[in-house]
Ligand binder design. Structure first.
Ligand code: CA
Length: 361
């Protein structure tokens, strides 16, 4: 039962990725550039799919039309989970997705999206910009000929949709659940059968009974997929993704071919969208949750203290083991841990007592 992450697979992925450099250099016309962006999301999906569209618009406007990015939804040019390799090898120029989808190449990628009992949106931004996170991420990405940026954040996610109530730890035994990243590994250790399906495959899998439960994002995105039609119970909190940071990665040769001004524009477009999406999720999740409850009679439940304690304990063990899989992941984990503890110290004296008092007084 122990360590199902597959150390050899993780180490092997990291090693082979270093030689996955671009085989084909993109053709550069003087002046206007057309770049291909592949994504892991359905076309124009709220937040996840609109963020890359917004980035492309921002870049096109700020470069006076010199950089024109064409976006391909999941499956249009390559499969959703092939987006990273497509950019690493130069088949596409840019990807937009979630780093934990590439955890088979290195477990370190998980930390740059979200890990169980990890960072909120504000905390991951703090780690990236001031706690050393970004330079570690660039070191990792460069091994695959990629320059990556955070370009969206969902805020705190929900725990997921279940076709039955989860009241005790035993209820996870044999549960077929969609949960990517290290959260899926936590589920496996509690006896569930966890899978990582692309978003577009969740609804049919729930409907056919191929899976019993699934996390996706939060009320706004989950309502868009119609999960209330295939499951009755909606659990919180999303212990596994307390602030999922999504990303945009550029093929390193393409990145180096941009002018300094174009690079700065691209970077700023991603930063702006990172902020924009978080505010959008915070606003629209609230109204969508109201719709789910009042219009669709969804039953919102909270994981019991006993379940939360077991999830935390198991998550800690999974993170420690992921960190032990190779020296680089350990370095990322240590940096992540130090920055998280720094944020938690401050949060305990600021945001936590404030929001608690606001609700209770
Ligand atoms: Ca999720």
């Amino acid at each position: 039962m122990k360590n199902k992450i597959g150390r050899r697979q993780l180490l092997g992925g990291l090693a082979t990725g270093t030689v996955a450099a671009a085989a084909t250099a993109p053709a550069y016309a003087q002046g206007k550039r057309r770049l291909k962006m592949v994504t892991t999301w359905p076309k124009n999906f709220p937040g996840l799919g609109t963020a890359p569209e917004n980035i492309a618009k921002r870049v096109k406007t700020m470069t006076d039309g010199q950089i024109d990015i064409k976006i391909y939804a999941a499956g249009e040019l390559v499969g959703p989970f092939e987006a990273f390799d497509a950019v690493s090898t130069g088949t596409a120029d840019i990807y937009n997705g979630a780093e934990y989808y590439w955890q088979g190449k290195s477990p370190a990628f998980n930390f740059f999206t979200a890990v169980p009992f990890g960072m909120t949106a504000a905390e991951i931004n703090a780690w990236m910009n001031f706690g050393g996170g970004d330079s570690l991420w660039q070191e990792l990405s460069a091994k695959f000929s990629i320059r990556a940026f955070h370009s969206a954040n969902t805020g705190v996610q929900m725990g997921g949709w279940f076709n039955r109530e989860i009241t005790k730890l035993d209820d996870f035994k044999g549960l077929k659940i969609r949960m990517p990243g290290l959260g899926g590994e936590v589920m496996r250790r509690l006896g569930a059968a966890a899978v990582s399906l692309p978003g577009g495959e969740i609804f049919p899998s729930m409907k056919s009974g191929a899976i019993d439960a699934s996390e996706w994002v939060g009320p706004w995105n989950d309502l868009a997929f119609g999960f209330h039609q295939v499951a009755e119970y909606y659990y919180c909190p999303g212990f596994h993704e307390p602030g999922a940071a999504l990303s945009t990665g550029v093929n390193l040769d393409v990145w180096n071919s941009l002018t300094k001004a174009q690079q700065e524009i691209f970077k700023n477009a991603c930063e702006a969208e990172n902020d924009h999406t978080l505010s959008e999720y915070n606003y629209k999740n609230a109204t969508a949750l109201d719709t789910l409850v009042s219009k669709h009679n969804v039953k919102v439940r909270r994981f019991s203290p006993e379940i939360m304690a077991a999830l935390k304990k198991t998550s800690d063990a999974v993170l420690e083991e992921a960190a032990a899989s190779d020296p680089f992941t350990k370095k990322v984990y240590d940096s992540f841990r130090a920055s998280l503890e720094n944020s938690m110290e401050w949060g305990a004296q600021s945001e936590e007592p404030y929001t608690q008092a606001r609700r209770e007084v």
